[in-house]
Design a protein around this ligand. Structure first.
Ligand code: DAK
Length: 260
């Protein structure tokens, strides 16, 4: 697929996907959502890619939300496919057996915050702004914001943000646990990449099981969730990488994982 609204590059185990509609502050339209699904599927199927970084083109925005121009005259019958398309791609990012990092380099509003919430880890530039301002447009978040934000930062703060539509800066996002790290804007991508490079040599099956256990265990009752964890952990003992990891520890050397 040719991408009109995304840039894609990969190397050293890291794929970088850049939302690239700067004139609309990288707002997501249905075409971008289709392209995003395609590129994430490509990352999933490429065993050389271990980490996927999502960021925005330009220095002003990560993603300024769903494209309001496209949505403004929608009826529910047209909104539903767009919403389902968005949910599908967010869940794909969240559950893929690779690590997704959002490098939030400016406005991450509405769908932009929701994309970052679907990632495993969020780094933000000091000038980043987060928010779910949908209520100010007469709608509510439609790509998982009402569900993922409370799970990440707690119901009280999520209700404050979603019911008021207020934007918060990177410092506040860090304080409430919405982002993992805040960096000067000029250093954001380099910092994310430095962190990603530490992750590319991790044993892929253990990464996959760790995400699986967290993603699919989170909403289960604790007893069922811990049983899921037991199964995921036990499966890791079938891999060469588990043998290598423990052997290397006992031999006091760095493990060399082979991805099996
Ligand atoms: N959509 C379309 N165009 C946008 C846009 C957006 N979300 N955000 C910005 N732009 C465009 C602006 O219209 C402007 O275009 P021109 O006038 O130059 O043609 C250009 O980008 C530059 O924006 P500004 O001139 O406004 O720049 P400022 O620095 O003054 O302000 C801003 C930056 C980010 C504060 C402001 O642009 C802004 O407030 N943008 C809208 C933010 C927003 O409300 N985002 C949430 C969108 S709602 C659903 C599926 C998904 C969703 C909901 C339902 N279903 C299918 C049911 C998700 C909803 C959302 O994400």
């Amino acid at each position: 697929m040719t991408y009109n609204n995304l840039l894609f590059e990969s190397g050293e185990g890291i794929a970088t996907v850049t939302f690239n509609r700067p004139k609309a502050l990288n707002a997501m339209n249905p075409e971008t959502a289709r392209e995003l699904k395609d590129v994430i599927t490509k990352c999933i199927n490429d065993e050389n890619i271990k980490v996927v970084i999502l960021t925005g083109a330009g220095d002003k925005a990560f993603v300024a939300g769903a494209d309001i121009v496209t949505m403004q005259n929608n009826q529910p019958s047209q909104s539903l496919p767009f919403m389902e398309q968005g949910h599908e791609v967010m869940r794909l990012i969240e559950t893929m057996p690779k690590i997704a990092i959002a490098a939030v380099n400016g406005f991450a509003l509405g769908g932009g915050t929701e994309i970052s919430l679907a990632c495993d880890i969020r780094f933000a530039s000091e000038n980043a702004k987060f928010g779910l301002p949908e209520i100010l447009l007469g709608i509510i978040p439609g790509w998982g914001g009402t569900q993922r934000l409370p799970r990440l930062v707690g119901m009280g703060i999520a209700k404050e943000m979603i019911l008021s539509g207020t934007q918060i800066d990177a410092k506040r996002a860090y304080e409430i646990g919405l982002v993992n790290r805040v960096c000067p804007a000029a250093e954001l991508l380099a910092e994310v990449r430095k962190f990603a490079l530490k992750l590319v040599s991790l044993p892929p099956f253990a990464v996959k099981m760790a995400k699986y256990s967290m993603n699919f265990g989170y909403d289960l009752a604790l007893d069922n969730a811990t049983r899921l964890e037991i199964q995921c952990c036990a499966q890791c003992f079938s891999t060469k990488d588990q043998k290598e990891g423990m052997k290397a520890f006992l031999e006091k050397r760095k493990a060399v994982f082979v991805g099996q």
